[in-house]
Design a protein around this ligand. Sequence first.
Ligand code: TXA
Ligand code: MG
Length: 315
Amino acid sequence: MAEIGNQIEKAVRLLEQDELVAIPTETVYGLAGNALSKSAVTKIFSVKNRPQFDPLIVHIPNIEKAETYVTEIPEQARILADTFWPGPLTLLLKKKSIIPDLVTAGLDTVGIRCPNHFLTRQLLQRLPFPLAAPSANPFGYVSPTKPEHVEEQLGNSIQYILDGGICTVGIESTIVGFENETPVVYRLGGLSLENIEKAIGNVQLMTHSTSNPKAPGQLKSHYAPGKKVFLGKVEELLQQYPSHLSGILTFQKDFNSPFQFILSPSGSLDEAAQNLFEALRAFDKMPVDVILAELVPNVGLGKAINDRLQRAAVQ
Ligand code: TXA
Ligand code: MG
């Protein structure tokens, strides 16, 4: 069992000893360790059961710190960082050698993010090193948005979970990289495409690669809950799957089922994003065989929600 608490000092002590601590962010909980320590980073891969070809994001307290870890910051990256940090945005930038190759899986770029959570920002300011932190779930499973989610799955492998409450955004950060200074979105996430384009103009979307993806979190069949997910019109799916064995996941609609989860009765995509992973986990505990789910409106955070639903549904 891991201890769940809000003592920053305790987290600092453990991290300084190359131990791992689960940390809250506005997107999802992270499994954090000293990004400059090979020993700590090795523990991250092993606790998550994550293949070492899948690089980690490095978390920093403020934009100034980025200069310590990357060789250059393209103009548009700087605008994005100035506009959206701290926040749900990860920038892929050319790394300095101080970042171990293990962190970046041998790539010459490193994912850098300044998270927007008061506890984790205090923690990052107290530490003399940045934190490598993937989402705090076993590889391939749904990301955690509450301390209890982390405890359930990784509680036997780590000592401490820093309790920052429920994640306010609820889906992972949007990942933006640069190909010859042209911005490319590799993962849809908590910062909407519309907001990014308002700041820097049109961006390219490259989130669909499969076998050897640039961002391996973009592998199909990621974010998979324990039950099979079928996407479509729930009314039609219910004709194929008996309702007493089906979990129902909708945006707003009420099917009057004891096994349903409505993402946002009022129709807010922000609320739906915050509830999505909690919902997918909730079905694991219900006596249902399958999850019947509908997509949400494909605008704003709806695009990232639909991306997660589609990946969860690939069998
Ligand atoms: O919101 C988030 O980003 C959360 C919180 C904890 O910060 N972290 C997170 O990390 O989602 P993770 O490891 O679960 O997902 C990171 C994704 C992976 O798909 C990884 O392949 C990709 O980022 N990634 C990291 N560094 C990369 C790089 N240098 N080039 C390409 N993809 C990279
Ligand atoms: Mg993850």
